[in-house]
Design a protein around this ligand. Structure first.
Ligand code: ASP
Ligand code: MG
Length: 411
């Protein structure tokens, strides 16, 4: 009898009918002889709504209280799903993150899982119950409720799959899997059947919203096989797993992210230790940074530019405050009308032509590139937000559609 961890996202449990059909789906697995742990997100847009309520009351609500509030969304859905299963004659029990043994750091709103004590889950599984766990939350050593960052239910599911040594982890969502580009922008985008952890991690990092990045990293470290698939169909989804052969694909997907801000620290002193100071403040405030550029120095001064996620906007203010007490600089310039476009694939580093082709395609569209960053697995460019759709379409055509045509011609 295999043990499977499943995660149902907010759109999978958006209303009571959907909760009932998720219950039926879970029961069908149990009827086939599987043991099931289901991680559930808050219904529909509940978390966004709770966030708005908090902001109406306080412009930057205390993180601990925000966790107290946001975690209630998941509690509603686990209780309802457990009731729906019981109504079908399948015994089930709903557990909060803390009750499920998920211990986290006390960094509220972005807590990290420290350990999982799976005893209680195993006890209920041995009683032949389906165990329903609230996603996105855990408990700190002070018994405070913590949350794991937006999209954190994915991480709950993959971490539980690792802790329980589950056969695999299924992430149920409203799309059929991971696509070569956002199908709303590129109608010819297609589902990827198999993708490596590294590629998926890059894609999540670059703004593909199907999986929270930490869930991918967890899965890779513990060797959890993950399938991303749709709640609304039986179609097989995308497997995220260890891949030996890269199947000769150089660019696996085009990923974009409009949810970014360019930040420039103007005229910081040009001397050893300053970059370290800036990035220490950013790290202490848990602001993730990408695409760092330090300008040519002039008169002992330099500009330091980088890109952050819009979600970290509030934390950036704190960084600037802290920093202005420690160093002199002229000011901070923010540019919000930008977007990051990336090509991702395990073969990118091995072919120097790929960078040229990417920049060439963008120049043909007359898109100006502001910043560039690269890794073994990706090339990213910061471009004007207004050009993002054209850029995704043109790059998809160049690297995915035309590539498929030439592979078929070779065959
Ligand atoms: N409900 C949380 C969110 O909306 C966690 C999740 O859905 O994974 O971010
Ligand atoms: Mg999600």
């Amino acid at each position: 009898m295999s043990l499977i961890v499943q995660k149902y996202g907010g759109s999978s449990v958006a209303d009571l009918d959907k909760v009932k059909s998720v219950a039926c789906r879970i029961k069908s697995y149990v009827d086939q002889g599987h043991r099931l742990v289901a991680v559930v997100s808050a219904m529909g847009k509940t978390t966004d709504r709770l966030m708005e309520m908090a902001r109406d009351i306080h412009p930057s609500p205390p993180d601990r209280e925000l966790d107290m509030l946001l975690s209630t969304g998941e509690q509603v859905s686990i209780a309802l799903l457990s009731m729906a299963l019981n109504a079908l004659g399948q015994e089930a029990i709903a557990l909060t993150g803390g009750q499920a043994g998920i211990h986290t750091s006390n960094f509220h709103t972005k807590a990290k899982i420290i350990t999982i004590d799976p005893q209680r889950i195993f006890r209920h599984l041995n009683e032949n119950k389906v165990v329903i766990v609230a996603g996105f939350q855990g408990m700190s050593s002070d018994y405070d409720i913590t949350t794991l960052g937006r999209g954190g239910s994915d991480t709950t599911a993959c971490a539980l799959a690792a802790a329980l040594s589950a056969e695999y982890c299924e992430i149920f969502t409203d799309v059929n899997g991971v696509f070569t580009a956002d199908p709303r922008i590129v109608p010819r985008a297609r589902k990827i059947n198999r993708i490596s952890y590294d590629e998926m991690s890059e894609m999540a990092n670059l703004g593909a919203k199907v999986l929270q990045i930490r869930s991918v990293d967890f899965s890779q470290v513990y060797g959890v096989k993950v399938q991303v698939r749709s709640t609304f169909s039986q179609e097989e989804g995308t497997w995220v797993e260890k891949m030996r052969s890269m199947e000769d694909v150089k660019v696996r997907a085009i990923t974009h992210n409009g949810n970014v801000i360019k930040v420039v620290f103007l005229e910081v002193p040009d001397r050893p230790g300053i970059a370290a100071l800036i990035f220490k403040e950013l790290a202490d405030c848990s602001v993730s940074v990408d695409m760092i550029i330090q300008s040519e120095g002039r008169e002992d001064k330099k500009d330091v530019a980088f890109v952050i996620s819009r979600e970290d906007d509030n934390r950036l203010k704190k960084v600037v405050d802290n920093l202005s007490r420690k160093v002199q600089f002229k000011g901070v310039k923010l540019d919000e009308a930008v977007a990051k476009i990336s090509i991702v694939g395990a073969g990118i580093a091995s072919d120097p032509n790929i960078a040229y082709r990417m920049f060439h395609v963008l120049s043909e569209q007359e898109i100006n590139i502001d910043m560039i960053s690269t890794s073994n697995l990706r090339i990213s460019c910061l471009i004007p937000n207004s050009s993002i759709n054209e850029a995704v379409q043109a790059l998809h055509k160049e690297f995915i559609e035309d590539e498929e045509v030439s592979i078929h011609e070779e065959l």
